[in-house]
Design a protein around this ligand. Sequence first.
Ligand SMILES: CC(=O)N[C@H]1[C@@H](OP(=O)(O)OP(=O)(O)OC[C@H]2O[C@@H](n3ccc(=O)[nH]c3=O)[C@H](O)[C@@H]2O)O[C@H](CO)[C@@H](O)[C@@H]1O[C@H](C)C(=O)N[C@@H](C)C(=O)N[C@H](CCC(=O)O)C(=O)O
Ligand SMILES: Nc1ncnc2c1ncn2[C@@H]1O[C@H](COP(=O)(O)OP(=O)(O)OP(=O)(O)O)[C@@H](O)[C@H]1O
Length: 524
Amino acid sequence: MAFTNASFTLTSAVELLKQHHLLREIITPERWTVNTAGLPGADTPIPAITYDTREVTPGSLLFVKGRFKPEFMDGIDERGLAVYVSETEFSDRTSAVGLIVEDAPKAMALLSFEFYGRPDRQLKMVGITGTKGKTTTNYFTHAILNAYSHGRAAITSSIACCLDGNTWIPSKLTTPVSLDLAHMMREAVDNGMEYFVMEVSSQAYKVNRVYDLTFDAGAFLNISPDHISPIEHPTFEDYLHCKRQIIAHSRWFVLGADCDHADLLREDAAANNVPVFSFALHDEAAGERTPADLTVSPTEGTKTGITVSCDGETRAFTLDMLGEFNFLNAAAAIALAVNIGVPFDSDAMKAIESVQVPGHMERFTGGENLLVFVDFAHNYLSTKALVDEMVRVYGERDPHITVVAGSTGGKAIDRREGIVKGALGQAESYIFTTDDPNFEDPQAICEQMASYVTDDARTQIIVDRDQAITTAIGEAREHADRFNIVLVIGKGHERRNIINGKAVPWPGDATIVRRELDARPAGL
Ligand SMILES: CC(=O)N[C@H]1[C@@H](OP(=O)(O)OP(=O)(O)OC[C@H]2O[C@@H](n3ccc(=O)[nH]c3=O)[C@H](O)[C@@H]2O)O[C@H](CO)[C@@H](O)[C@@H]1O[C@H](C)C(=O)N[C@@H](C)C(=O)N[C@H](CCC(=O)O)C(=O)O
Ligand SMILES: Nc1ncnc2c1ncn2[C@@H]1O[C@H](COP(=O)(O)OP(=O)(O)OP(=O)(O)O)[C@@H](O)[C@H]1O
């Protein structure tokens, strides 16, 4: 049944916009005003809100945003549009009331959360940002909170969301558009959820998808240059500035103590009176021991065993995912859980032990001397972390590492160099291939990536991704005398390639690897 909110009216919407200094004026066919008094239907509940003209029903309020075209308004009065919220007026196309605002995305967030009855204030909210590890930390945190609340934790992530404890729906964005997010939070409340765990991308702050949201616990995991392009962030400074907004919007702030610019992030927290709770990896062998409120150390002699210390107590866990970086993600999740009220010694913390994230560190074996990993690494930080992990875990077998990777077209241009830089000096062979080239020529992206290989590693360009993976595995098999690791990175769980603006179905890296190896995922 469609949601209704009897107290959401034109008058209440205008009052809210005024409180946030967002209202410019109200435009009606009769007059321009800043007051709703005397406007017909001003105190009648608004039955529906949408950002798409195709979804307008009688009495709807429409948000005009982004690349909206005036012709979308044609015929809208016949479909019963009552109100539109926009930065520009459309009096020539509609006689609906126009709320002209300073910032349409902010107005949309504010009014959407209000329309859905501020569900965020009925949930314990957890927000996670950082360049790398958001999804994994999100899954870990969700698992703990779900265990602690007996299935009452909702989650949205870049892979999928779950609002009822059972049903997983694939996601389109890392952080949903504010109206969709508001709707999801409402659904979570109606389904009896107590917690809501979400990834917060830098774009979410840039385009005000989370405007006016406060997280009970917010995390900043790490930062390195990423998402710098004409359609994302013009500079690293802008990228970091956007991500930093989470601090002022958190009640407790969980910080990766080794994060670049950690001092600046602590200053933000101090300026906003937000208490900081830090976490860090203490690896004696690597000499890493930045002081932190919660620390995690690898358990000697194991690949995925960790010891976590907090407030003088210590606990041991064994993860089901490889990757030293996942130790940090697990620590971040435990820190978030502690800061939202889960006791450190709770059994619920054990839930991290069975978490697996689709397309993240999926491991396949092709006999004694061949391992293939499918992973979502697609920038400098994550590729470096992945390759370092191979050296940490398999270094003594002197692996021959082949990287199969492409990079996206039209955005995040810095990743092309970042991916190569992350593997440089450790990989012996690169096969560059297609990964969401969009309107760019994948061959040209591959050539650019190949130009960053400055050591004597072998480079090949095989644009057909299936063929690239097949070749990497075939070549490894031809050299069964050495220990081979093939890293197929960038797409992770994704089942499509963006080509010329269209999502072209892709069977998935893991599907191709399985077909080639005719093997099941191997245990750790
Ligand atoms: C900048 C931004 O927030 N863009 C999002 C935004 O686009 P937009 O508002 O320009 O919408 P549009 O699709 O161009 O259409 C314009 C408007 O006309 C409406 N319309 C359209 C047709 C019609 O007949 N009538 C009509 O009313 C549409 O519903 C829309 O509201 O709203 C769309 C859904 O309505 C999103 O798909 C789109 O995400 C873009 C494509 C996107 O993918 N952005 C990436 C960069 C992003 O946000 N990524 C981050 C992750 C980054 C990270 O990993 O850190 C993320 O959070 O996912
Ligand atoms: N804490 C970390 N530090 C560095 N690399 C990491 C970390 N956690 C995960 N990775 C690497 O980054 C990849 C993506 O991880 P994850 O999806 O959890 O991050 P994300 O922040 O959600 O990424 P994206 O924004 O690209 O969706 C993993 O497959 C792994 O290779």
